[in-house]
Design a protein around this ligand. Structure first.
Ligand code: MD3
Ligand code: FE
Length: 204
């Protein structure tokens, strides 16, 4: 029997037009000029993650060996405040989140051909009633989602450029991860790879 998707999980395939995706890439290139991608480290072990990250918004999600997972107002390498969330992402949040408060953080994940993200829960936000809105750009990936316990059964499927996923309700605390990227499956990014943007409300 197929594993059911958690309640509150909304998958919107091909939600963004090619033009909208291109405009988003241009906006994210500007974010990265001000707030360069850096290599996050796992808490305690300091093991580098294979995904490179930056943020825009009032708050950004960061992790390093000494201080672990957290939100903070400044880039961990430059010490500067994060750039603003591009307006088209605020519009997207308003059209799909169903949430009245605006997002405070937009995490930018960059996956090269070899990058992946292990199964985890997103629970560093205080406002767990707010959904997470995710946008995929560039190469496809194999995404996996389970339930609120690590041992729950999982389902996996491909996320493609322009897909939007809304993680609300009971899906909000589901374990999830990215098993692999499929190189050369998109022409959106000149040098290939995958960008994932996650919009989040952090504080109630
Ligand atoms: C399911 N990012 O940044 S996006 C993350 O593709 C993260 O980069 C993945 O997991 C990526 O934390 C997955 C889809 C996603 C985002 C948040 C979720 C799925 C989620 C929160 C709860 C449940
Ligand atoms: Fe996550």
């Amino acid at each position: 029997m197929a594993t059911e998707l958690p309640d509150g999980f909304r998958y919107l395939p091909d939600f963004l037009s090619r033009e909208h995706q291109q405009a988003l890439v241009a906006a994210i290139r500007n974010v990265v000029l001000e707030a360069p991608l850096y290599t996050p480290e796992m808490p305690r072990t300091g093991k580098p993650m294979s995904v490179r990250m930056t943020n825009c918004g009032d708050l950004g999600w960061v992790t390093d060996r000494e201080r672990g997972y957290r939100y903070q107002e400044r880039h961990p390498v430059t010490g500067r405040p994060w750039p603003a969330i591009p307006p088209q992402l605020l519009d997207l949040w308003q059209s799909v989140s169903g949430y009245d408060k605006m997002p405070e953080a937009c995490l930018v994940n960059f996956y090269g051909a070899e990058a992946k993200m292990g199964m985890h829960q997103d629970r560093d936000e205080t406002d767990l009633a707010a959904p997470v809105v995710s946008v995929s750009l560039g190469d496809q990936c194999q995404f996996r989602i389970g339930g609120p316990a690590r041992s729950d059964p999982t389902r996996s499927f491909r996320l493609s450029s322009g897909d939007v996923v809304v993680l609300g309700g009971r899906s909000r605390l589901s374990f999830h991860g990215v098993d692999r990227v499929f190189p050369t499956t998109s022409t959106l990014l000149k040098n290939g790879g995958r960008i994932n943007l996650t919009l989040r409300r952090v504080n109630p």
